[in-house]
Design a protein around this ligand. Structure first.
Ligand code: ZN
Length: 67
């Protein structure tokens, strides 16, 4: 099971920003999914695109051709 981090550090104020995007019904997260975080302190919203690294997926499982 892979999932994005439940919280990140707000770039603006350094406060904790928690994941506000619910998972799919099947609880699956995919590379390229957009997830949103809301900062507790300044209430800024951060939208991130999930990468293989975010999901802890091995590089050889990611769909990225070598250049
Ligand atoms: Zn903040």
């Amino acid at each position: 099971m892979t999932s994005p981090s439940p919280s990140i550090i707000c770039v603006d104020c350094g406060g904790p920003a928690h994941l506000i995007t619910p998972p799919r019904e099947d609880n699956e997260w995919l590379v390229g999914d957009v997830v949103a975080y809301r900062c507790r302190d300044c209430l800024d919203r951060w939208d991130l695109v999930l990468t293989a690294e975010d999901l802890g997926i091995e590089e050889d499982q990611a769909d990225q051709p070598d250049v």
